[in-house]
Design a protein around this ligand. Structure first.
Ligand code: IPE
Ligand code: IPE
Ligand code: MG
Length: 248
């Protein structure tokens, strides 16, 4: 816990195990500066590293980043290409340091739509970092929450061909969801001013605390991250029950 921007007592009180980010606002960040959108994406990609390092400092074991949604193919071809190139660059550049920092990388989403080179890089990066245990960083790429539910049901059915659909329960389906290896997010942070989920982790966000900020993703600093954590500390998670907080 180096360089704390928050009193330790607050942080130790309630550290989320899993923080998920919807990294939004790259395009507007660039526009504000009179730059092409691609500059916003490049700047946004550079942000990721300091935030992952900050999660390590804060002892947060799971960090998930929404990088490309199943609907983002609707963008101009040039922008999609930029995003793919940045993803390739990120995988090529960061994997070595991920091993130094104890980062296990996971990529979730329908990867079959990516070109063969990118698919291979993803598989290699996952394999090379699989043994790391400090933090699991999941990148959601060509991911959609609805896609995840459908693929989980399809895979459940293939694994239980002799069973009727009535046998499918929440517990039965869970192992087939893309994020079966992680606890559900405790905290969702969406930058860029919109208060929507945009088809991110629909199942897993059922009881997640949601923090929406106007800050644009390329400006989202470790200090901003701490603000979200401080907000999270104050939430009262009831999970459908009654408050456990002692009122004073
Ligand atoms: C988020 O920034 C990055 C992706 C969705 C890939 P945007 O590109 O959505 O930025 P805005 O929302 O247009 O500002
Ligand atoms: C959500 O951002 C997806 C990612 C951050 C990858 P969008 O910019 O695509 O979301 P909408 O279109 O504003 O809902
Ligand atoms: Mg956006």
């Amino acid at each position: 816990m180096n360089d704390p921007h928050l009193p330790l007592s607050l942080l130790e009180a309630k550290v989320p195990r899993h923080v998920a980010f919807i990294m939004d606002g790259n395009g507007r960040w660039a526009k504000q500066r009179g730059l092409p959108r691609s500059f916003g994406h490049a700047s946004g990609a550079r942000r990721v590293r300091s935030l992952v390092e900050h999660a390590i400092d804060r002892d947060i074991p799971f960090v998930t980043l929404f990088a490309f949604s199943s609907e983002n193919w609707r963008r101009p071809l040039e922008e999609v290409s930029t995003l793919m190139s940045l993803f390739v660059l990120y995988l090529e550049k960061e994997v070595k340091d991920m091993n130094v920092n104890g980062v296990r990388l996971k990529v979730i989403g329908d990867l079959s739509r990516f070109d063969a080179r990118l698919q291979k890089l993803i598989a290699q990066a996952e394999a090379v970092t699989a043994h790391n245990t400090r933090v699991t960083v999941t990148v959601a790429a060509n991911f959609g929450g609805r896609w995840d539910l459908v693929q989980a049901m399809t895979r459940w059915q293939a694994a239980h061909a002799d069973q009727p659909a009535a046998e499918m329960s929440e517990d039965a389906l869970k192992p087939f969801l893309s994020m079966a290896y992680a606890p559900d997010p405790d905290l969702l942070v969406r930058t860029g001013g919109e208060s929507r989920v945009s088809n991110f982790l629909l199942w897993q966000l059922a009881y997640t605390e949601m923090y929406f900020t106007d800050v644009l993703w390329p400006d989202f600093s470790p200090e901003q991250f701490d603000r979200a954590l401080a907000w999270f500390v104050k939430t009262d998670r009831r999970f459908g029950g009654v408050s456990q907080k002692v009122s004073t």
